[in-house]
Design a protein around this ligand. Structure first.
Ligand SMILES: NC(=O)c1ccc[n+]([C@@H]2O[C@H](COP(=O)([O-])OP(=O)(O)OC[C@H]3O[C@@H](n4cnc5c(N)ncnc54)[C@H](OP(=O)(O)O)[C@@H]3O)[C@@H](O)[C@H]2O)c1
Length: 243
């Protein structure tokens, strides 16, 4: 893919690492950062998905296969890639079942991937972030809106938002923010109930439709590039919290 990077962009020639950047919101973020002139490294578990994403992103992209829940693998990954400017962590696989029905092993694995995974990425990645760099963590609307099937994602997302605020203080001058998506039409919303859930949400929120991955990517790019934004949790939910 040939793109002429804009020379006046805050992301021109910056190196952006997106763990979870092979699909959904992460892939849209990688694409948007590249369109602003960044060099992008994407990582996720599935080797062929990584290869496909790198091919679609083009020459200024590279990738690696990685499970964000595996702290040692995450440390090796950052050891191999070296210094960079911005970290985005969209990788997660979470159980969506009411607390009384969920399998606890699955619930713990959800914390391993989405909460501890983001902790792993920050612990190994932050020391490599260059001056002026930043981190965007990903939470989700269930942290502040009760949704019956989302007991565990709710707890994880609340923890991620608290973590982002604390890290904004302890890691300064690295800026740390979180983006909190509402219902976004991504492959992550798979399964038989997908269409029904998205239609129900669309009818209930001011935007009248689910979000698009590119719309969350745009919010993430804002947080990466606004020099005065740190410790922020940015909702991008089509008005869902307000409704
Ligand atoms: N979509 C929504 O409506 C919504 C709403 C609120 C919050 N969120 C949050 O937004 C983030 C992105 O969601 P999405 O909908 O874009 O997800 P998605 O479409 O399922 O994409 C998830 C990405 O993360 C990777 N991944 C999953 N588990 C991983 C692991 N353990 N290690 C490394 N990579 C992993 C996947 O690739 P591999 O399979 O190759 O690993 C894929 O690239 C998640 O934190 C999600 O909870 C999404």
């Amino acid at each position: 893919m040939s793109r002429v990077p804009p020379r006046n962009s805050a992301l021109a020639d910056r190196r952006v690492v997106v763990i979870g950047g092979t699909k959904g919101i992460g892939f849209a973020t990688a694409e948007a950062a590249m369109a602003k002139g960044a060099e992008v490294v994407v990582a996720s578990r599935d080797v062929s998905r990584v290869a496909g994403a790198v091919e679609r992103l083009g020459a200024r992209a590279s990738g690696a296969s990685l499970d964000i829940a595996d702290a040692e693998a995450v440390a090796r990954f950052f050891g191999q890639i070296g210094p960079f400017d911005h970290l985005v962590t969209t990788a997660a696989h979470v159980v969506r079942k009411p607390l009384l029905e969920a399998d606890l092993a699955e619930a713990r694995a959800s914390f391993d991937s989405k909460f501890w995974g983001q902790v792993n990425a920050v612990r190994s990645g932050a020391p490599l972030i260059r001056a002026g760099g930043s981190i965007v963590l990903v939470s989700g609307i269930s942290s502040r809106r009760g949704i019956g099937t989302m007991a565990f994602p709710a707890a994880i997302n609340g923890a991620v938002e608290a973590l982002a605020r604390s890290l904004a203080v302890s890691l300064a001058p690295i800026r740390v923010n979180a983006v909190s998506p509402g219902y976004i039409d991504t492959p992550g919303h798979g399964g038989p109930e997908r269409a029904a859930t998205l239609a129900k949400v669309a009818a209930a929120i001011p935007a009248g439709r689910p979000g698009r991955p590119e719309e969350v990517a745009q919010a993430i790019l804002y947080l990466l590039t606004n020099p005065f934004s740190t410790g922020t949790v940015l909702d991008i939910d089509g008005g869902h919290l307000a409704a």
